[in-house]
Design a protein around this ligand. Structure first.
Ligand code: HEC
Length: 447
């Protein structure tokens, strides 16, 4: 990943903003898509196994209809599941460039797992159809006993293979989306960037609670998508007998509403868990809009349950989709807020490069004071404790040695007992030198 780090060109502030906007767009595409693939796979696998055991044609048909609904088609899988993830990795490499790239590592592994998962799940889908086909051939060739026998053998094998592909695909997708959640969560918690223990990150409360939120959204939106696709899209599915229709409707309503009722609790937990630097008016506004939309969703779910009127399925679907979008905006805004410091460093790097390019002879001036005000002062003051220790207590130990201080700033160790670790501020050596000189000079006023 270090190699990638070196390849990145310096970013202008406009470029950074653009990247954040594209990232938001990518989330709009990726999150709803991967949600329904994951949720739909579980539902389909569940009813397929149950249907085979109990020899229940309704379950089997539902399993097949659901997986066909959620996977849409192969090119959608490629575009929404895989291309989106590659793009988000490329964006995060740039946004988190020059600091720890741990977020990018998680997204990279998420990409590997999700890709394998998606391929297996499409195999599950298409091989399911294949065993259906073999079934009808078998029925057609009932008189030819040997043919029927051969076909039956193939059918059983292909069914086994199909279920296996589905189960493995599901497992890969679970791990992939979990890693994805961890990568995104780390984007908020700059203080965790030094933690390299993968398991302690994956099982940290911040990641677990966001992952539960994702699973709830995934299940609920899968239900809404089934309702929409079965009962509204292109006039609803044709030739549904009443028994199947009722079964599918009730099943999808439960699938949508149960997680939707628990969802606000976890949305709230995720919000309160964010670092203070991530919160802002915009974050709260979109969060509230998301909740209000969700409540509207309950209303339509109730109406659909009561009247079984197909037109409510489109309302439910749209409201759930908008809830997801509002949540993503709130979340991404929080991420931008939490990374203001990193954005500042990137923008300063850009200015330096520009200055070098435009006036190649004049030495560029980096203002240590600016860096102190924009980055260090979030945690430090000269004469009192903020998050970190006051400078007039710690700086004297450096005895005016600028180089030693620069070394510390570039690679913070853990020198002061009773304080948390200082995260790497992501400065380059010239910037570190400027700020070190500035604070060593300034602190004299407080001695
Ligand atoms: C996110 C909060 C945070 C930011 C931002 C931050 N620091 Fe720190 N800093 C700390 C904490 C916490 C400690 C105590 C570190 C420890 O003991 O591990 C610390 C310790 C220090 C020390 C004492 C080191 C020693 O050996 O006594 C210096 C000097 C320092 N920081 C300088 C800086 C400078 C310069 C910047 C800006 C470029 C900066 N810090 C930005 C949190 C921060």
């Amino acid at each position: 990943m270090n190699l990638l780090n070196k390849l990145v060109i310096p970013l202008s502030p406009e470029h950074i903003e653009l990247l954040h906007n594209i990232s938001m767009l990518i989330f709009f595409l990726f999150v709803p898509y991967i949600s329904i693939v994951l949720g739909g796979t579980v539902v389909s696998l569940y009813y397929k196994s149950k249907g085979l055991k109990k020899n229940n044609p309704i379950y089997l048909r539902y399993a097949k209809d659901v997986i066909e609904t959620v996977t849409i088609n192969k090119s959608m899988g490629l575009m929404l599941g895989i291309v989106t993830l590659i793009t988000s990795i490329l964006i995060y490499i740039q946004l988190f460039h020059s600091t720890n790239l741990i977020t990018v590592n998680y997204l990279f592994w998420a990409f590997i797992f999700v890709t394998i998962g998606v391929i297996l799940i499409y195999t599950f889908r298409y091989s399911s159809s294949f065993s259906e086909l073999l079934n009808s051939i078998k029925e057609a060739s009932e008189e030819e006993e040997t043919v029927a026998h051969e076909v039956e053998k193939y059918r059983i094998n292909s069914r086994k293979l199909s279920l296996k592909a589905g189960r493995f695909g599901f497992a890969f997708l679970i791990i992939g989306t979990w890693l994805f959640t961890a990568g995104v969560t780390l984007g908020f918690f700059t203080s965790k960037w030094t933690d390299t223990r993968v398991l302690s990150i994956l099982f940290s409360w911040a990641v677990i609670s966001r992952y539960i939120t994702f699973i709830l959204i995934s299940t609920s939106f899968t239900g809404a998508t089934i309702l929409f696709n079965f009962f509204y899209w292109e006039g609803g599915k044709k030739n549904l007998d009443d028994e199947y229709k009722n079964f599918a409707r009730n099943n999808a309503i439960i699938l949508t509403s149960v997680p939707a009722v628990i969802l606000p609790l976890f949305l709230l937990l995720d919000l309160t868990d964010l670092p203070g630097s991530a919160l802002s008016g915009t974050v709260f506004s979109y969060f509230t809009i998301g909740l209000l939309l969700l409540f509207l969703g309950y209303h339509y779910l109730y109406l659909m349950y009561k009247n079984s009127n197909a037109k409510y399925s489109v309302h439910i679907f749209l409201v759930m989709l908008l809830t997801i979008l509002a949540t993503i905006i709130s979340d991404q805004t929080a991420m931008i807020n939490a990374n203001k410091q990193q954005t500042f460093v990137l923008a300063q790097n850009f200015e330096n490069v520009m200055a070098k390019l435009t006036a190649s002879s004049a030495p560029t001036t980096i203002s240590g004071e600016d860096i102190y005000k924009n980055i260090c002062s979030a945690c430090h003051s000269f004469d009192h404790k903020v998050v970190g220790p006051p400078y007039n207590q710690t700086l004297p130990t450096f005895n005016g040695d600028v180089d030693k201080l620069v070394k510390f700033i570039l690679h913070p160790t853990h020198p002061v007992p009773g304080y948390p670790d200082m995260p790497n501020p992501g400065l380059n050596p010239a910037q570190a030198h400027a700020v070190a000189t500035y604070i060593l000079k300034e602190v004299k006023k407080y001695e």
